[in-house]
Every structure is written in structure tokens, then in C-alpha cells.
Write a protein that binds this ligand. Structure first.
Ligand code: GLC
Length: 667
């Protein structure tokens, strides 16, 4: 059952697709929340019992059970992702609570929301929502049903084309077409599977969206075709900010159409991002959004089929106004300054980036009304991806496109996926990748993944190998790293055979990963479930933080510590150990309980529950070469069972339930 309560007069965020009638706020059961109105905010409080657990919040720091920390939805571009942070790039305001009864809450509030989940007082959860919004309370029998009911409220998750389940190689710094050719050639030379190469901001002319630097990428159309003829798709980045430059048509057209966010006086609000002085498309305004989305035609006409939308929190390196004020103060600075003065200037300089006060300085036009940005801040990345995704569907309605975003809000999950931003080459971030998955799924984001190997800092061979053994299962599989870090394309390490071995497992398991993904999207199910959701009566499972159930029957348990020859795995029931080795697939029955499982660095080990089978294909180097229909099965059954495969052409926009094919599998 879902109840909806309204607080204030919020704008329509578009997060939900079902119209639930409003209930009187007075009837909000204090078993869920008691509400208090403070200046500019609503504060919701609920008591937590000692063993209650809280899940959800999508892309956030810390573990699967969110209890014991403070989490803020205030979309932010900050690449230092540590446990001490409270906000990342997204606002995924759904929580579910494992208390005496099972329930969930969605705070459809587009401004800042602070979830204090047993941080200030371990026995209480308070949620402080700045501004107006709707609260939805979902009650059901168990947490899987709570999350399914919530997902049916927010609408079907985005399903990318099948090729987007292949492996992608990326790096900020592939500066020329030849460099990309070299990446592809080295992949091919090392017989490593590859479906996509991502193009970072280096492909653009002066970091201007919807341009190609023709000196470094001559004859781009032919280049796209050349790559496609090798079975490799190029996936360009698109940033939110548009360079201020009179002879740049996107800028001048946008000014003419009044399609940019404006300051108090109605002038385009100038900020600094990669292209220098820039303006922000007002994607909360329907006409401006439609205009911005239509610009993706530029790439489609080159034969491009996939995109990653970046810097859309929006990220601001500075606002022009604040920069001017700070520089004016700097002019007065005397080099013979005291250390306090030096620290003052230092703080001034670092206060330029993503200054929250700048978000109160510019406006959107929503349904003819001026709306201050901070009141709708968390919707920006969502609306930018919605308008681009809608345009792709309009312009090429017969096929699915790849699109994912750095920033998002619930609702965007219908239009695209997410990657989890600028992580680092750290073992902790490998585990964090796993721990974010169920929360993301609860919030509708099924197509997601982290920068494999880590974006910042320097990846080691063993970290990348272990990360790839987890990434076998994540829908988005992309190795991406920053400029200046160690090159982390697998062929740059010695253990190419080991990388090949792990990457082939992904392609062998594609019919499983893809079919499970599609089935979960169509049925509002979680692709990745916490152990506690699947084994709610098993005390130990309630606190497992490093194993997940994928689809129905697979338990994944990656190794996430350096130099570890394996790991402890907890089995709540007897399961089949499945081991992909360089000498084929090995299986072994394991009794329930604790096991130390050795995992060689080139192996993928997971567990299959009793009564389940999963399909495996002959691995190939491109998704397009994988036979999704004539598959073998890994089985843990003693009587005939069924498995449902998704066998579509991989790009159709038809209802995919038409392509679900159930086959019988004998023991
Ligand atoms: C941002 C993105 C990162 C990208 C970089 C340059 O930091 O998160 O993925 O490589 O910008 O475009």
C-alpha cells in the first residue's frame, strides 16, 4: 500500500508515474514519521529499534545498511569519495526500513534533504527536507515487495541496447583518433573483448559540446564507420555547460531562445567549467530542454549511438560574479602577508568551486515561473538526461541508445543509467562498487557501474584484475581513468592472459546478465539484492555487507583485499560453488555455513542456489558475436526446471516481454 502526503506547494518533479491521491498529513502514522515544520524545512522523525536496519539511498557512501551516518542529497561534484563524505553526485531519496513491519519512504523533495540515520542519536532517524515536496510511505510484507511496489510507482527502468553490456575502454586523455585506433588495435592484438571506446572531452573543439576537433579527429564520420566496421562503438561525453562565445552557434542560438539559466536581472548566469566561461541550459524549462536535447542530432548524424552526460550536478568551477569579487580582493593582497592572511586567501580561492551560495544566484523558468536553482538543484542532471534521452527516442524511434549520467534524481532511471563518478584506484572503492548496487536498484537505477580500476590515482594489476572479477556482473562495464594516472588498459599490464580470462567470463555470462537485467526491469525487481532481503529469517544474512544475490539464484562474493588468496564466504544454505578457471568451469557442492574460498587472481567464483540454473554462452570478443539462444546451462537442480532468456535483436524498442523465451532444463 502507498500513501502520499504533501508538504507545501512543490513543483512537479516527474519522479513518479502513478497518481496516488493525497492523504491528510494528520493521518501520517507516527509509526513511520512524526513531522515538525521549521523555517524553510520539514523535519521527519522516527524511532529506530536496536536491530532495525535502513536500506536504499542509491549512490551514497558507506555500507548496504545505512544506519549510523548522515547522508545528504545535495548533488555535488567532488572527486574525493571517502567514508567521511555525506553527499555524492546523486539524490536518491528512497529508504526502506527493516523493522517489525517492513516499509519504505520516498521523499520527493527536489532541494536538499538530510538523512540522519542514527548519527545524532542512534535510536532515531530524522530526515530534514529543505523546501516543499511529497512524501510517499510504502508498506508491504517484506522488503523485496516494498521495493517492487516503489518501483512500480516510479515507472520502468531504462533498458539500454544489448551491446551496452559489452566491455568499454575509456580514459580522459585519448587526444586523437590515432590514439583511439591504437587502443582498439592493442585490444585486438591481445585478443581482449571490446565493444566500446569512450571519448572524453578531448574530442571537442575547445571543450565545446556538439563539436569535433577536426585537427585531432579528421573525417570523423569515416572514423566512426571505421570503428563500427571493427565492431567498436564510440561513446562521446556531453557536458552540461555551454561555452560563452559569440561565434559558437549553440551559445548564440541558446541566448536567442532564452534557453539558459539567468541571474536576478534576467541575464544568462555565467559560470566556469571545462570550456572556461560558460552558461547552463535551463533543462527544467520544457522548451529549452527540448532545444538542448535536439542538439544530440549532431552526433546521431555521425552514426553515434551512445553518450555519457557529465558535469550535470551542475558542477561549477566558479561563478563569474564570485571570481571577480575574489580577484578584486587578491589585487589588494601584499606578499608580506601574515599566515592568517595567507590562509584567508587560500580559503577564498577554494571557496570558488561549487559554492552552494552560487546556487541561490540563478534561476530556471518552470511553467512560466522563475524558480531559484537551489530549490530544484537535485533535478538538474535528471532533466538534462531526460531531454537528451527523449530526443534520441524521437529522432531514432526504432532503436535503443546507450545513455548514462553522472548526476541524477529518481525519475531519471526511466531515461538512462548512471556511473558512480570519480572514484579512485582503491580497494575500498571496489567494495563500495558492490555495496552501492542494491541501493541503486531500489531507486530504479539498474544500468549502473563504477569506473573499473578506479578513476583517480594509480591502479595496480591485481586491483584491476579483482575489480574485473566483480564487473563480470555489473550491467555497465567500463574501465575509465583520469589524465595523469597510470595507464590502466589491461594490455598495459603483464598479465594479459589473466585479463583475457576474466573478460571472457563476462562474455560467457552475457545471456545471464542480459536476461536477468531485462526481466528485473520488466518486473520492477532488484537485479542485486542484499542477502538480508533474500534470507530475512537467517540471522547472519541480516548483516552480510560483502555478498549479494544477483537475479534469482546467484550469490556473488568478490575478493576485495590486496594480496588475499581468497576470502571468507557465508552460505545461508547449501549452494553450488561455480569457478571459472583457465581450464574451464569447475563446480563443487558446498554445505551451508562459513567457508574460506581460495580464488586465484584470474578466476571468477560465485555460488548457485539449489533449484537454479544459469545460461552460459561461448565467449566472443564482441557482444554481437555472442549466441544468446543456443546456450549451455550451469545447474544446481535435481529435477527439470525452466529458465527464461531474453532473445531480442538487442536494439528493438518493442515491449521486450515479447522476446522472453522460457526453456526447459534437465538435470
Ligand atoms: C569528470 C568526470 C570524468 C571525466 C572528467 C573529464 O571528472 O567525472 O569521468 O573523465 O570529468 O571530462
Amino acid at each position: 500500500m502507498i500513501n502520499r502526503y504533501r508538504f507545501g506547494t512543490p513543483i512537479q518533479t516527474g519522479a513518479v508515474v502513478k497518481q496516488i491521491p493525497y492523504s491528510d498529513v494528520e493521518t501520517l502514522n507516527s509509526f513511520y514519521f512524526s513531522v515538525e515544520q521549521q523555517t524553510g524545512a520539514y523535519v521527519f522523525t522516527v524511532q529506530l529499534k536496536k536491530l532495525d536496519k535502513v536500506y536504499g539511498l542509491g549512490e551514497q557512501v558507506r555500507g548496504i545498511n545505512k544506519r549510523g551516518w548522515i547522508y545528504t542529497s545535495d548533488n555535488e561534484d567532488d572527486p574525493v569519495i571517502t567514508d567521511t563524505r555525506t553527499s555524492l553526485y546523486c539524490a536518491h531519496n528512497f529508504i526502506s526500513v527493516n523493522a517489525v513491519n517492513k516499509w519504505g519512504a520516498f521523499f520527493d523533495f527536489p532541494a536538499k534533504v538530510v538523512f540522519d540515520i542514527g548519527y545524532t542519536d542512534t535510536n532515531f532517524m530524522t530526515v530534514k527536507c529543505y523546501g516543499d515536496g511529497d512524501l510517499y510511505i510504502i508498506e508491504n510484507d517484506d522488503l523485496i515487495s516494498v521495493s517492487k511496489e516503489f518501483r512500480s510507482l516510479i515507472g520502468r527502468s531504462y533498458i539500454p541496447p544489448r551491446w551496452a553490456f559489452g566491455i568499454g575502454q575509456s580514459r580522459w586523455g585519448y587526444k586523437t583518433a590515432d590514439e583511439i585506433r591504437e587502443v582498439v588495435a592493442k585490444y585486438e592484438g591481445s585478443e581482449l573483448p571490446l565493444d566500446m571506446v569512450y571519448m572524453d572531452i578531448d574530442y571537442m573543439k575547445d571543450y565545446q559540446d556538439f563539436t569535433i576537433n577536426e585537427e585531432r579527429f579528421p573525417d570523423f564520420k569515416n572514423f566512426v564507420e571505421e570503428m563500427l566496421s571493427k565492431g567498436v562503438r564510440l561513446i562521446p561525453i556531453v557536458d552540461a555547460a555551454i561555452k560563452v562565445k559569440d561565434d559558437y552557434s549553440i551559445y548564440s542560438e541558446g541566448v536567442e531562445k532564452q534557453a539558459f539559466c539567468v541571474d536576478k536581472k534576467g541575464k544568462p548566469y555565467v559560470v566556469g567549467v571545462w570550456p572556461g566561461d560558460s552558461v547552463l541550459p535551463d533543462v527544467l524549462n520544457d522548451e529549452a530542454a527540448e532545444w538542448f536535447g535536439s542538439k544530440y542530432k549532431f552526433y546521431l548524424d555521425y552514426g553515434i549511438e551512445g553518450f555519457w552526460n557529465d558535469m550535470n550536478e551542475p558542477a561549477l568551477f566558479y561563478s563569474k560574479k564570485r571570481l571577480k569579487a575574489v580577484l578584486a580582493e587578491f589585487k589588494k593582497a601584499d606578499p608580506e602577508m601574515t599566515i592568517d592572511e595567507f590562509n584567508y586567501f587560500n580559503r577564498k580561492l577554494s571557496s570558488l568551486k561549487n559554492n552552494r551560495e552560487d546556487f541561490t544566484e540563478f534561476y530556471h523558468t518552470v511553467d512560466g515561473e522563475k524558480v531559484r536553482h537551489d530549490k530544484v538543484h537535485n533535478l538538474y542532471g535528471y532533466k538534462l538526461t531526460e531531454c537528451s534521452s527523449k530526443y534520441l527516442q524521437k529522432y531514432q524511434p526504432k532503436k535503443r541508445h546507450l545513455i548514462f549520467s553522472r548526476s541524477s534524481y529518481i525519475g531519471m532511471h526511466r531515461y538512462g543509467g548512471v556511473w558512480t563518478g570519480d572514484n579512485s584506484s582503491s580497494w575500498h572503492h571496489l567494495l563500495l562498487n558492490l555495496q552501492m548496487l542494491p541501493g541503486l536498484n531500489m531507486c530504479g537505477f539498474l544500468y549502473s557501474g563504477a569506473d573499473i580500476g578506479g578513476f583517480a590515482s594509480h591502479a595496480t594489476e591485481d586491483l584491476l584484475l579483482r575489480w574485473m572479477a566483480l564487473a563480470v556482473f555489473t550491467p555497465l562495464y567500463r574501465n575509465h581513468s583520469t589524465n595523469g594516472s597510470r595507464y590502466q588498459e589491461p594490455y598495459n599490464f603483464k598479465a594479459i592472459d589473466k585479463f583475457r580470462q576474466l573478460m571472457k567470463v563476462r562474455y560467457a555470462l552475457l545471456p545471464f546478465v542480459y536476461s536477468e537485467f531485462v526481466k528485473c526491469a520488466l518486473s520492477d525487481d532488484l537485479l542485486f539484492k542484499p542477502m538480508s532481503f533474500v534470507f530475512p529469517d537467517d540471522k547472519r544474512s541480516l548483516s552480510v555487507e560483502d555478498q549479494l544475490i544477483m537475479g534469482g539464484g546467484v550469490m556473488i562474493c568478490p575478493v576485495y583485499e590486496q594480496n588475499a588468496p581468497g576470502r571468507y564466504v557465508y552460505l545461508p544454505e547449501d549452494m553450488l560453488e561455480v569457478r571459472f578457471t583457465n581450464a574451464g568451469i569447475k563446480t563443487k557442492q558446498r554445505k551451508n555455513g562459513n567457508h574460506y574460498v581460495s580464488v586465484l587472481i584470474d578466476q571468477v567464483v560465485f555460488f548457485l542456489r539449489k533449484g537454479y540454473v544459469i545460461p552460459v554462452a561461448k565467449p566472443q570478443n564482441r557482444v554481437g558475436d555472442v549466441d544468446f539462444e543456443n546456450v549451455d546451462f550451469i545447474k544446481n537442480i535435481d529435477k527439470e526446471t525452466e529458465y527464461t532468456l531474453c532473445i531480442d535483436d538487442g536494439t528493438t524498442t518493442d515491449d521486450l516481454s515479447k522476446y522472453l523465451k522460457t526453456v526447459k532444463v534437465k538435470p
